[in-house]
Design a protein around this ligand. Structure first.
Ligand code: 5GP
Ligand code: MN
Length: 327
């Protein structure tokens, strides 16, 4: 990892004493986002800051036991007197469009996404990191910050989820090095795995079953897309957070190179979740066309005033270009 990133992290901690810092992650937080926000809460508090953790949504079910913590809502938060640290995203519009309206500058940013621009004063950005939690684990151990057993477990969880158990194309030597240091600090991989992979809600499995039933192949079968409508959530009792990970099942099918989950939202927009078999397909560029972004092999968007029918023709065209490496 670039030594400048650890230097910037050191500066973040050295300026923390007496400062009010609100740690904010992206909407619909995933494991990496929860892990990054809550571990930075502990690390900044230990460095003498007054800290809050914000999110538009709640801590998802699977991460609740490891987190033992709830977020304060971005929607009711009054930013006056608070400096913002963005984690696992580089743009306030990913945190809360309402909060973006109220805020000027962002104080600091820790992120690993390909898309997004940050104008933060202190930046710890490493686009080749497997997870934001990986950046935090490496920097915090590098500068000698104290990491509790709870934070070590959370950080391990963040790296494990974002790298799909250390198997994504973003997994690198430093991902294992960060994990090694965390286990040394008391992280328990099996205890984390029991939380992540043996506690699924039955309602989520019912939603998965609906999703699998809608799968459709495009581009000579190389693209696989499935659909979730509002009624599917009512029918199964599933919540929004239960969509997390479903698209991976579409990608897991032999012959599928790009997979998507399109979800109808109540405000008349369509949320897309995209996965590429390899980073060469740059699915972030497909997501960017619809106003989103992400990584080369995993990206997403929320397109306003759209339906599945209005999205699909352009989506198929972009997928074809992407498969031809022409995006
Ligand atoms: P997921 O499909 O799991 O929701 O997201 C996959 C990746 O794309 C994540 O890294 C996530 O941060 C990013 N992503 C998802 N939705 C959006 C979006 O609306 N805008 C941007 N910029 N990135 C997104
Ligand atoms: Mn992440």
């Amino acid at each position: 990892m670039d030594s400048q990133i650890a230097e910037n992290f050191r500066r973040l901690l050295s300026e923390a004493k007496g400062r009010n810092i609100a740690v904010a992650g992206h909407m619909r937080p995933d494991g990496d986002c929860v892990s990054s926000a809550l571990s930075m809460f502990e690390i900044l508090q230990a460095a003498g800051a007054n800290v809050k953790c914000l999110n538009k949504n709640e801590v998802p079910h699977l991460y609740k036991n490891l987190a033992q913590f709830e977020f304060e809502s971005t929607e009711t938060f009054d930013p006056k007197g608070w400096d913002i640290l963005l984690v696992d995203c580089s743009d306030l519009s990913r945190v809360s469009p309402a909060l973006k309206e109220k805020l000027g500058d962002v104080y600091a940013c820790i992120d690993h996404h390909e898309s997004g621009t940050s104008n933060a004063k202190i930046m710890c950005i490493d686009k080749s990191a497997g997870a934001t939690a990986e950046i935090i684990a490496l920097c915090a151990t590098e500068v000698g910050a104290k990491i509790s057993r709870r934070a070590a477990n959370l950080l391990f969880m963040g790296i494990a989820t974002d790298t799909r158990q250390f198997t994504t194309s973003s997994t690198r030597q430093e991902s294992f090095e960060a994990a090694r240091r965390l286990v040394r600090l008391g992280a328990d991989p099996n205890a984390v795995a029991q939380e992540l992979y043996q506690r699924e809600r039955a309602q989520k499995m019912a939603l998965l079953s609906v999703y699998l039933g809608t799968l459709k192949r495009l581009c000579q079968g190389r693209v696989c897309v499935g659909f979730l409508r509002r009624a599917d959530f009512e029918k199964t009792g599933a919540q929004k957070e239960d969509t997390d990970g479903l698209v991976d099942f579409a990608r897991s099918i032999d012959g599928v190179e790009i997979a998507a989950l399109l979800e109808e939202l109540e405000d008349g927009s369509v949320k897309g979740s995209l996965r590429g078999r390899t980073p060469e397909y740059s699915v972030n560029k497909i997501a960017e066309y619809f106003g989103g972004g992400g990584h080369l092999a995993a990206a997403g968007f929320t397109a306003k005033n759209q339906t599945f029918d209005t999205i699909l023709p352009k989506f198929e065209e972009l997928c074809r270009k992407s498969l031809d490496r022409d995006l």
